[in-house]
Design a protein around this ligand. Structure first.
Ligand SMILES: [Zn+2]
Length: 218
């Protein structure tokens, strides 16, 4: 049975009624403010919904998604979201979340042409090219997953060297950046061991995470 737009409104009314029944006043509480502790930067892929995967309610996670969870220094959309989350909401943990079987990452790996997104995916090809030596030593069927992990690690670094994070850490703000990967095949999140909580740890954390990926896929 294929869903229609009317079904979505019916689902929505049922969901809102059930939330209000189970937790009276839930929405009037949300109306006053949002105070999430977490920010999720993930892929736009429909199989990777931040709230459902982590069991978080509305109001508990601030979300930014784009194709293949890329953080580019000239992307005002992503940087604006991060700055709002860090400076205004004071989130304590930001997770950059890739996922296995990511179409954007696989296109980058194979050099496939899609359209406008080719220019966006070029950023992931830069990651592929930087780690060409590592990828060439991994069995072809596992290279896609390895590039998903490497892309997350690189995007954690891109976020960590952004002016927003550098300024927050210089002020002594307690906020951590994490790198995770999600298995669309089993529904599980994996911590890639690339947690950054200060500018000075970026380099050693990065090196250790890349070494970890080499071991994982060898
Ligand atoms: Zn994806």
């Amino acid at each position: 049975m294929s869903l229609t737009i009317q079904d979505l409104f019916a689902h929505n009314r049922a969901w809102a009624a059930e939330m209000e029944r189970a937790r009276p006043g839930f929405f009037s509480g949300l109306e006053k403010q949002q105070a999430p502790k977490f920010m999720w930067i993930g892929c736009s892929d429909s199989r990777v919904p931040a709230n459902q995967i982590t069991g978080l309610d509305p109001g508990e996670v601030f979300v930014h998604r784009n194709v293949a969870n890329v953080i580019v220094h000239s992307d005002l959309n992503a940087l604006s979201a991060v700055q709002f989350a860090v400076d205004m909401l004071k989130v304590e943990d930001i997770m950059v979340v890739g996922h296995y079987r990511c179409g954007g990452v696989l296109a980058a790996l194979q050099g496939a042409r899609i359209g406008v997104a080719d220019n966006w995916i070029r950023h992931i090809q830069d990651v592929r090219d930087r780690h060409r030596g590592i990828l060439e030593n991994i069995a072809p069927e596992r290279r896609g997953d390895a590039l998903v992990d490497l892309n997350v690690v690189e995007q954690v670094v891109n976020l960590s060297v952004s002016t927003v994070m550098v300024d927050a850490w210089a002020k002594g703000q307690k906020v951590r950046v994490h790198g995770w990967a999600f298995g669309v095949h089993d529904g599980l999140l994996h911590d890639l061991g690339v947690t950054v909580n200060d500018t000075e740890v970026i380099e050693p954390v990065y090196r250790k995470a890349v070494e970890g990926i080499v071991v994982k896929y060898s």
